[in-house]
Design a protein around this ligand. Structure first.
Ligand code: UDP
Ligand code: MG
Length: 335
């Protein structure tokens, strides 16, 4: 059993693959497919659309089955449960056969027509092309501010810079897809991974649209989790900063000690400061717990990774054929 991803190299089969993670998107997927097909027919010699049903509870999968019956170029993978968008994207890219792959959301916030521009850039030789959105009041002001803060923070403490406004809507050359396939980490922060792999990168501006049907699947809890994954996967600063804080506090404690020593030698013992003692004890106990908590966040993720569980499990494939069936069962155990 190999630890790497699926054995088959990308780039065989079709020219362009579109990967769409979909979680309870039955109202959107058929409309998206209908808008994608003419665009793809215009800009690619051959294509496939892979919808990854991320354990939807509605009839997303049935809709996709029907779409596949009408047009065999539309395929679907159904994960055995909700694994989250980042892993759904990984599952789709593992099955992508295109010489290039586009990743986009199912809710039509990412205009399919932009793919023509992405493909044009790809033909110019770029391999990692991201659509860059100028966000105009699509999300709540709170979410917008928190997102901005997060990217600023990630930029200042992270090892890999994520370009502003770059999301999951992008085109990746088969070479970049192959690179992503080698990364089997569970705490996935795709935007960081896209930046990490490098290759000839360029941004294409676009205007994100409001979601067509349904509500956002990202609650503040999910977003916090994703932000933590991003920070912790791409920065060790939170872990290392405690060393500096510890050093600074011991210096402070040392100078305080010498100050008190001299004062006692010169002025003698005065009334002990109970209040300041309690305050400093609780303060430093707090700092210690906080730093332990941060170490816990890292250790927890290390624990999750060393178990080497597959990234995802597939319960059904629609439109991948017998050969793919065999290949993918291998990929589940290797995944
Ligand atoms: N998504 C997914 N699994 C999840 C949550 C979301 O595959 O657990 C998909 C969702 O169906 C959509 C994309 O990820 O295609 C973006 O989700 P959403 O539009 O809810 O996010 P937002 O636009 O609010 O960031
Ligand atoms: Mg959306």
């Amino acid at each position: 059993m190999s630890i790497a991803g699926p054995a088959e190299a990308p780039g065989r089969g079709v020219e362009l693959t579109v990967v769409v993670p979909a979680y309870n998107e039955s109202g959107n997927v058929a409309i998206l497919a209908a808008r994608l097909v003419p665009v793809l027919e215009r800009c690619a010699a051959s294509f496939e659309i892979i919808f990854v049903d991320d354990g939807s509870a509605d009839d997303t999968l049935e809709t996709l089955r029907a779409a596949h019956r009408k047009d065999p170029r539309i395929r679907a993978l159904s994960l055995s449960r909700n694994f989250g968008k980042e892993i759904a994207i990984a599952a789709g890219l593992d099955h992508a056969q295109g010489a290039a792959s586009v990743v986009m959301d199912a809710d039509l916030q990412h205009p399919p027509e932009l793919i023509e521009t992405l493909v044009a850039r790809w033909r110019e030789g770029y391999k990692n092309i991201f659509a860059q959105s100028a966000e105009k009041g699509l999300y709540s002001p709170l979410r917008r501010i928190l997102t901005q803060r997060f990217y600023k923070l990630l930029h200042s403490v992270g090892d890999t810079g994520v370009p502003e406004g770059a999301g999951d809507f992008r085109l990746l050359d088969a070479q970049a897809v192959a690179a992503l396939r080698t990364m089997r980490e569970h705490a996935r922060f795709s935007k960081g991974l896209y930046a990490w792999i490098g290759f000839k990168t360029i941004g294409v501006p676009y205007e994100a649209k409001p979601r067509l049907h349904g509500a956002t699947k990202f609650t503040y809890r999910k977003l916090t989790h994703l932000a933590l994954d991003g920070l912790i996967s791409f920065s060790t600063i939170p872990l290392r900063v405690w060393g500096y804080i510890g050093m600074a506090t011991s210096m402070l404690a040392l100078s305080l000690a010498s100050f008190f020593l001299f004062r006692t030698l010169i002025f003698g013992v005065d009334v002990p400061g109970y209040a300041s003692l309690i305050v400093s004890i609780t303060f430093f106990a707090g700092i210690q717990l906080l730093s332990l908590g941060i170490i816990g966040e890292y250790v927890g993720r290390i624990f999750a990774e060393v178990k080497r569980r597959p990234l995802y499990l597939i319960q059904e494939r629609v439109g991948f054929g017998a050969l793919a069936e065999e290949k993918s069962s291998a990929c589940v155990s290797a995944g």
